[in-house]
Design a protein around this ligand. Structure first.
Ligand code: ADP
Length: 340
């Protein structure tokens, strides 16, 4: 299994939900965003109005969905959830919009993937709280305007740059979520361990946090996997409680092929393809994705940002290149003459 995959299976998703913070004060890290958002929400509450539309951008697993739930909870309103890929026709969107109640929060994940014909409708809904429902076809078609109750759209995207400008401009508050520090991830882990009934030592938390690629979703997932290991192979197996310490974290993460930097099999496959197959690059992202049998989007949004941040992949106008750190991480000698 891929431990970092965003859309895992049903039980993984349920396990993930159980660990979501429900209120802003329980949301770890992202100090700047949390502070800005709390002002936006308090002001809306004071004015008795729905807050401006909110755009959350950042890599998967950093808390965009969680924040949308928190926004609804803090406002004491309902949350409706949909996603860009689910909205392929204007009618899909019209159906969602017309079912909204006053003050509702509508979360649209992957908002950059909304189909073109629905985009125009969304602009009008966001700006004028109106949808034009088209009745009939051809020259006889008429548009019937329907008023919508005021609502707040919370859009999530992996990169704000993917959004068409007119859509981006209609968000009154834009927040970018960044990777979490190891200290912040430790905090996430201690909170989760308490909810899971696991005894987590501070060394154990450090070990898991360091391998979590700055991402709370991965931290929680790795914690559950170490919990499993500890239960059946570690302290739990000898009749004790489930303890996650440095030794059990190391042993478990070795079993799951998560290396000390948090790279998993696919990350290493990408690096190996880059170094071995393509001699260190430069090579195009889609070519690289094909070489490892992954979707280009997965490589671009999940694998690459982390490897770039870790200084293992460089982006050049001619494609991706491996850095010396990448070669060394694979246990290979970097070539003396650099390509590109
Ligand atoms: P995204 O929508 O950005 O992909 P999610 O909001 O689904 O990410 O977050 C993934 C998981 O990580 C959630 O289950 C949540 O428990 C955890 N998480 C994310 N951000 C935080 C945070 N700031 N504090 C605590 N837990 C978090």
């Amino acid at each position: 299994v891929r431990l970092v995959e965003p859309g895992a299976d049903e039980t993984e998703r349920a396990a993930e939900s159980a660990l979501r913070p429900k209120r802003l004060r329980d949301f770890v890290g992202q100090q700047v965003v949390r502070n800005q958002l709390s002002i936006v929400l308090e002001s809306a509450r004071a004015r008795g109005r729905a807050p401006d539309h909110v755009l959350l951008s950042g890599p998967p697993g950093l808390g965009k969905t969680t924040l949308s739930m928190i926004i609804a909870a803090e406002l004491g309103t309902h949350l409706r959830i949909t996603s860009g890929p689910a909205i392929q026709h204007a009618g899909d969107l019209a159906a969602v919009l017309t079912s909204l109640e006053e003050g509702d929060v509508l979360f649209v994940d992957e908002v950059h993937r909304i189909a073109r014909p629905a985009e125009e409708l969304l602009y009008v809904a966001m700006e004028d709280f109106r949808v034009d429902v088209v009745v009939g076809k051809g020259p006889g078609a008429t548009a019937i305007p329907l008023d919508l109750p005021p609502f707040t759209l919370v859009g999530a995207t992996t990169r704000a740059g993917l959004l068409p400008a007119p859509l981006r401009d209609r968000f009154g508050f834009t927040a970018h979520l960044d990777f979490y520090s190891t200290a912040e991830l430790q905090q996430v882990l201690h909170r989760s361990a308490a909810l899971l009934g696991v005894a987590l030592t501070s060394e154990g938390a450090t070990e898991v946090a360091r391998r979590s690629r700055g991402t709370p979703r991965i931290a929680n997932r790795l914690l559950r996997r170490v919990r499993d290991w500890s239960l059946v192979r570690g302290s739990g197996a000898t009749g004790g409680g489930v303890v996650v310490d440095e030794a059990s974290a190391r042993a478990a993460l070795e079993v799951y092929e998560v290396d000390p930097l948090g790279l998993d099999r696919i990350d290493r496959a990408v690096l190996r393809a880059l170094c071995r197959t393509f001699g260190g690059g430069p090579v195009g992202l889609s070519t690289l994705a094909v070489a490892v049998g992954e979707e280009a989007e997965t490589v671009e949004t999940v694998v690459e940002p982390f490897l770039v941040r870790e200084g293992m992949i460089g982006r050049t106008p001619r494609g991706r290149v491996a850095t010396d750190a990448a070669w060394r991480h694979l246990g290979l000698e970097p070539p003396l003459t650099r390509p590109g």
